[in-house]
Design a protein around this ligand. Structure first.
Ligand code: SF4
Length: 418
């Protein structure tokens, strides 16, 4: 095999961090399978050619596996005659397990299957949340899929459909977790597999589940349907641990780094080195809990908030999700059903009312939040806010009647909870 010269790509390896070029070269130079060595050699050749001509040469097309309408990103080379071994280099999007937990055996199994049928290049995980298997021929796409499907993996979403969901690492490794992220993730995905594999929505629709308001999944910024674990009673404070923290770091450190950094001034340090929390004013920013995880923990009455409409820049700029359900418990089977039903209603409304290539956040902006809530039969609640510490978006004309209704609802739900 004659190696392509790659002077421009070589420069990408000169920085401080290992680059993807080094990884591809490793496959080209050291892999035992000549098919992979040749494919990665031609891939590097095409990439170098792209840098020389400042032009991309991958074009799309239609590649699929039986029964599926999405999940594969087709890549055909326009200069396949120059680099024949990489002329078909499709990417398979494969859904990771909830919370991205793998055993090493499972990772080996995936890697072995991919080296048999693909190029050996994998990304754990792409921005979409999928495992990206990069570089299969049209023929081998089906073979690789059949193999991994046999041991339990499925394709993710691509195109205008429900996309691969993501959930954070969860309570297995994180003490801030307020809900069962992985169960919620699985319940939502399993219910919408049809919508994921057969793109029929106006545009993409993403679920992301974060177990606490730290929102490690960036659900608020990036998910059309964000589920965030939270609590509604008082934060738990272990005063002994607070005292130990003060003894270790000093009062000044605690005041400078925790008390004064609370965005709502809900914390105060008492003379006896204990901490008082004004829970009504805590907006769950998580700062104090992150700094003092041994002393502070979320409350015991835990559940989730649901936010709709987060997305990155498109037509109307970046948007955070808007709270449409301030708090709901997700513990019993009925709770899970309620959550899935809500998601179904949201997706049905989105499918019927969004314009082509319009995310749900943009649709709500266009038709108005009041109409959206009305269609979903969701009663407005003063706890629904667009940003923390700003006015709720509930209208204040006829406010007394609305406030009375809300208080009545709250009292009855408190009575039920008790
Ligand atoms: Fe203040 Fe944030 Fe701690 Fe709440 S979580 S008390 S808002 S620092």
């Amino acid at each position: 095999m004659k190696k392509h010269q790659t002077p421009m790509l070589d420069q990408l390896e000169s920085g401080e961090w290992p680059g993807f070029i080094t990884g591809i070269k490793r496959l080209r130079d050291h892999h035992s399978d000549p098919r992979i060595r040749e494919a990665t050699n031609d891939l590097l050749g095409q990439l170098e050619h792209s840098y020389e001509t400042i032009k991309g040469y991958w074009k799309g097309g239609t590649v699929s596996v039986f029964g599926y309408g999405g999940g594969i990103i087709p890549r055909f080379s326009e200069i396949g005659h120059l680099f024949p071994k990489s002329k078909e280099f499709h990417t398979l999007r494969v859904q990771p397990p909830a919370g991205n937990y793998y055993t090493t055996d499972c990772l080996r199994q995936l890697a072995n299957s991919w080296e048999k049928w693909g190029s050996g290049l994998v990304t754990f995980h792409g921005q979409t949340g999928n495992i990206m298997f990069i570089g299969a021929t049209t023929e081998n796409t089906q073979r690789f899929f059949d193999k991994i499907n046999d041991y339990g993996f499925d394709l993710g979403g691509a195109g205008p459909c429900v996309r691969t969901a993501q959930s954070c690492v969860g309570s297995g490794r994180c003490e801030q977790s307020c809900t069962n992220e992985h169960d919620i993730h699985r319940s939502l995905v399993n219910n919408f597999l049809d919508e994921m594999h057969r793109p029929a929505l106006p545009y993409k629709f993403k679920f992301k589940v974060s177990g606490c308001p730290n929102d490690c999944m960036n659900a608020i910024e990036r998910a059309d349907f964000a589920v965030i674990g939270t609590w509604r009673d008082e934060m738990q404070v272990d005063q002994q641990m607070v005292r130990e923290y003060v003894a270790d770091k000093g009062r000044k450190y605690l005041v400078d780094n925790v008390i004064t950094r609370c965005p709502t001034r809900a914390l105060s340090l008492n003379d006896d080195d204990t901490l008082s929390v004004d829970n009504r004013n805590c907006v769950r920013c998580m700062h104090c809990l992150n700094v003092m995880p041994k002393a502070l923990s979320p409350g015991n009455d835990r559940g989730i908030s649901v936010l709709i409409g987060g997305k990155r820049t498109l037509k109307i700029g970046d948007r955070f999700g808007t709270v449409i359900v301030p708090f709901m418990k997700v513990e019993t089977e009925a709770d899970y059903e309620r959550l899935v039903e809500l998601a179904e209603e949201v997706i049905d409304f989105f499918a019927e009312n969004a314009l082509e290539h319009e995310r749900i956040g943009e649709m709500i902006e266009r038709i108005g939040l009041a109409n959206f809530l009305d269609a979903l039969n969701i009663e407005m609640d003063p706890n629904m806010i667009v940003h923390p510490r700003e006015s709720s978006y509930v209208r204040t004309d006829n406010w007394e009647q609305e406030a009375a209704k809300w208080t009545e609802r709250k009292n009855s739900s408190d009575a039920n909870a008790a």
